[in-house]
Design a protein. Structure first.
Length: 365
């Protein structure tokens, strides 16, 4: 790595770290004011408190990261211009892209990290943090999920689960599965003490199976030997443990994969709900790209703050920042009322401001 690249990295990462810590501290303080008395009563371990605040902040990170990148970029470019460092670099034959490449690399890395947080960390821990807060930080009250009803409309199956043992969803207690025919008549009922997801299949313990004819009358089992087994598989049940967890989880905390799977399994959703859910899917896909888009137009704004005036650069960046998110919100509203298709409503704001950012960036070259 060249000395110049290391220098730019260092000058950029320090203010970025301070900005992220500052934004996170504001959220933590506000939450601490509301939850301090509950924590004092429950006295959870310190590591549990740290885990709670990380999970609490995770859903907001997709907004904190672009804001921190914008401020850090503005400060870094303002510093370089204020001390004529960019002029010195360009006078030595160093291209503009080479100078700012570390900033763009960090923005891309941050975008990947935001994607990981949204797709992996938030689905696993954000709901847990919400339940822990509602349970006044008493861990035993959030260790299991009870009374879950999952409807797979595409396969005409309904699961009723009294208790989900553990957070993985692979071990269920007191399970009942009803299977209907396409025309609506009952096909089969399965009641079991427990169900375990092993090697990609559901295995039921002490399952009681009822079969019905096309008129809804109970008939003898066509497979009595199989139904008599105390521990037997049901390979025809294609639901996954993540489906039950997603059903029991706040929609805002689901991953893109879980959201798309939910839409596929619920073809009976209204048109309005389909538009909303599809927009949410594509909005979550596009959310990490905000890190790159905002960094692109923050670079020329930071240069303007150093060459012309701090006020002009900062105001220009803030106007672009709020205009970007205003357009994102406008796309969300347009998709919700059916004025704009869901996919263009989520994608176009990012593409538009990416084009603006690239154009401003090329002007500085």
């Amino acid at each position: 790595m060249r000395i110049l690249t290391r220098y730019v990295f260092r000058e950029f990462l320090v203010p970025l770290f301070y900005c992220l810590c500052g934004f996170a501290s504001i959220y933590v303080l506000f939450e601490l004011f509301g939850s301090f008395s509950r924590m004092a009563e429950a006295k959870p371990p310190f590591l549990q408190i740290v885990k709670y605040f990380c999970a609490y902040l995770a859903p907001f990170f997709q907004y904190l990261a672009p804001a921190a990148l914008m401020l850090a970029t503005l400060y870094t470019m303002w510093t370089f211009c204020r001390h004529s460092e960019i002029i010195a670099m360009r006078a030595n034959g160093i291209g503009f892209f080479t100078i700012v490449k570390p900033l763009l690399v960090v923005a891309c890395a941050m975008a990947l990290f935001v994607a990981w947080v949204n797709e992996s960390y938030v689905p696993r821990y954000a709901q847990w943090a919400k339940q822990l807060r509602n349970a006044r930080f008493e861990m035993q009250k959030v260790a299991k999920a009870d009374n879950i009803v999952f409807r797979n409309a595409k396969a005409d199956r309904t699961w009723t689960i009294d208790e989900m043992a553990g957070a993985s969803g692979e071990h269920l207690k007191s399970v009942k599965v009803t299977v209907d025919r396409v025309e609506g008549a009952r096909l089969m009922n399965v009641t079991a003490e427990r169900a375990d997801y092993l090697d990609g299949e559901w295995w039921f313990t002490n399952a009681q199976v009822q079969h019905f004819d096309s008129q809804g009358r109970e008939v003898a089992s066509p497979t009595p030997e199989l139904d008599a087994l105390a521990f037997r598989p049901f390979p025809q049940f294609k639901e996954r443990p993540s489906d039950f967890i997603a059903q029991n989880r706040d929609w805002a905390y689901n991953s893109v994969r879980d959201r798309m799977r939910y839409i596929r399994h619920h073809p009976d959703l209204s048109d309005k709900m389909v538009r909303k859910y599809r927009y949410d899917v594509w909005a979550q896909i596009m959310a990490p790209f905000a890190c790159i888009v905002i960094t692109l137009f923050a670079i020329p704004a930071g240069i303007a703050s150093g060459r012309q005036s701090v006020f002009k650069g900062i105001v220009g960046a803030l106007v672009m920042f709020f205009a970007f998110y205003a357009l994102v919100i406008g796309g969300m509203v347009g998709a919700d009322i059916g004025f704009i298709p869901a996919v263009p409503a989520a994608v176009l704001p990012h593409l538009l401001f990416l084009g603006v950012g690239v154009w401003l960036f090329r002007r500085q070259r």
